[in-house]
Every structure is written in C-alpha cells, then in structure tokens.
Design a protein around this ligand. Sequence first.
Ligand SMILES: Cc1ncc(COP(=O)(O)O)c(C=O)c1O
Length: 411
Amino acid sequence: MIDLSKCRSEFPALKVKVGQYAAAYFDGAGGTQFPQRVIDAMVSYICQGNANIHGHYLTSQLTDQLILDAREAAAVLLNASSPDEIAFGANMTTMNFALSRALARDLQPGDEIITTDLEHEANRSPWLELREQGFVVKSAPINKEDCTLDYGWLEREINSKTKIVAVGYASNAVGTINDVERVVQLAKEVGAVTVIDAVHYAAHGVIDVQALDCDFLLCSAYKFFGPHVGILYGKRSAFERLRTYKVRPQSPEPPCKFETGTGNFEGLAGVIGAVDFIASLGDELLTGEHSLRERIVAGYEAIEQYERPLFKVLVEGLEAIPGVTLYGLPWDGRRTATVAFTVAGVHASEVARRLGEVGIFVMCGDFYATRLIEVLDLVREGGVIRAGLAPYNTLEEVERLLAAVREIAAQ
Ligand SMILES: Cc1ncc(COP(=O)(O)O)c(C=O)c1O
C-alpha cells in the first residue's frame, strides 16, 4: 500500500492554499503534480548539464547520455524491446499529427482509417483532417449508457480497406478503459497499423507494448508525474517503415528520424525522475532486489490499490447526492479512477468555479473529448465536471469535495 504521508511529502505543490483552504488536486487527468525528485532532476540538468547535443565537451556529452537514459527509462516503462523504439516530442498531440502525416504518405485514396467517439481530439482530429486527402475516416460509436465502445461496430467495420486503427487506451473524460487488446487483434487480422493513445491510461495502469503488440503508442509525461514531454513508442518494424517528415541532416533511423528540432532536455531529465517515482511506489509492495520493470509494475499495482477504494467513496458519495448524474461504468468497472458528473440546473463551469473557490481543483467542459460530450448531449450544460484521483489525494479531500458538491446541488 502507498505510504500516503511519504508520498504527499514528495509533492511541494500540495502546500498551495486558496485562502484558508489547502489545495485538493482532482485535476490529475489534466496533469499531475511534480514530485521533488522530478523537479531536482530538471534543475540539476539546467544547472550542470545544459548543452546541445553531439559536442566534444562535457555538458554536451552529458546531454547525449541523458537522452539515451531517458529512452531507456521510457522503454522500460512501456516494456518496449529497445530504447530505439522511443521518440520524444513536444506533446502527444503534436507527435500524433506528425505520425498521422507520415503514415498517410503510404495510403491510397479510398483507404479507411478508424477512430472512435470516445477519443480525445488529439486522436481524432489528425485522422479526420486526412479526409481532405481522399481517405475515408470512420468513428466507432459508443454505448451511451456506460460510455464503452461499440465493439460489434468495430468488428463489422474493420475490414480489408482499413489501413489504420487509432484508439484510446482509456477515456480522459469518463475513465473507460477500452479493450485495446481486442481492437489491436481486429486490426492485425486485416493488416492495419495500430495507434494507441495511452495518455490518460499511463497515469493509472501498467502498459506492456510487447504484450499488446501495437505498432505505435503515445503518452505524455505530464500526466504521470513528469514534465511536459510527449512520448512515442514505435514497434521497430513499423517505425523503420514510417516515412517521417524530417530535415536533411536528421538521422534516417528510428527514433531520431521522428524527432525534429532541439529537444526538451530538462524535460527528459524529468521523464527519468517520473519513471523512478512510479517505481518507488512499487517498492512499498516489494521486498529484496527487483528490476526497474518489476518495480514499475508493482508501482502501478500500488496506485490501483490506493486509488480504487478512494474512488469507491468518491463515486458512491456523488451517486447519493440528489441532482447529480454520473457518466460511465460503475466504480469497480474497467475504468480509471476518473469520474465525470453533472449537477442538475447548474452549469458545469459554475460548479467548477465554486469548488475552486474552496480549494477543490476540478476541470469542467469536454477536455477535448469533444465528440463524447456531443454524443452525450451535454454541450448546453457546459459539458461535465471531472474529478480524477492520483496517489496523493486523500479521503479527507474526497469528503471535502462531496460536501461542497452536496451544498451546490442543494441550492
Ligand atoms: C487521452 C488524451 N489523449 C491525448 C491528450 C493530448 O495530450 P497532449 O497534451 O500531450 O498533447 C490528452 C490530454 O489531455 C489526453 O487526456
């Protein structure tokens, strides 16, 4: 089990106050807070390692090594078979646009791409915009009552014309964890390339790209205790085939062929720190010596063990408030500890504003899960209010959130 006070002591942002109220961060799905070790790693690079790459002097050589170390850390995090399967970039959205453009170079007019109604727009818009090049883009519908994907539709629509299947691992709005294993299998049966958006999932569940056998998977370190760095995994064979847009002097080999311009090196130092932080949570469950991968797997287990009972209190507490509607699966369904709700008669932004006033930080709107909010017909209400848990949230914070929502709903 996570040692809560030890875990919380690592996060300086938890000392923030709004007047008399301690900040309660339920906005992890929008970006988690930084543990001190991540901040220290970034500051240390800036103070002692800052340089551009490939120079014949100390700090440049340190930077070259840092990049290799960051690739190694991210490869272990995702269980990639080699650090060369890991590329870094500005953020997931930018990387997915670059990936989609590169993949589209090998498509023919009439070829089909599948995305879903549950996605963040970062995994819809890059594909939808390819319609202008003559490709057919289809979006899998959802079952509105529990916000799960319509797998029957996917089984029917993924066919020999399908060349790319782009699906999220988990919804950043309602927390549904998709059956990505099944979707990857369907895509593989017709030889389609698979692109997985694991941005939301990476904060809550362990990822194993080899077991999943996807071609590409993207995530963003700022959602799992790291800085603002995008991460792309590309299976070696798929990555080698990919015809990226690049500048002439750039290496034609993966992963460098994907990385345009100068990297965010202090961010990469932070990525190593974030992976180390997740592994450190695993140490609470392990005894003796273990590999980094084993510690990471245990780290995610510790996160799940901590978040799930707290999530039960949060969801059941919200369900008990008259006027509150929740979206998605039950608290113990296949979902992350992220809940979306509305309060009857109160605009989502008004609820979020009033919670913010008492130090309870939640997001409202569609969080770029724009299509989902349209499908749920919640645009007029201002979308939903989203409260997501991280391992630094406490029972007392959850109770504060419930009491504040109770008060808003009663008015
Ligand atoms: C599920 C999901 N996909 C993609 C993104 C976009 O990530 P980035 O901000 O790194 O572009 C987000 C960000 O909120 C997200 O939650």
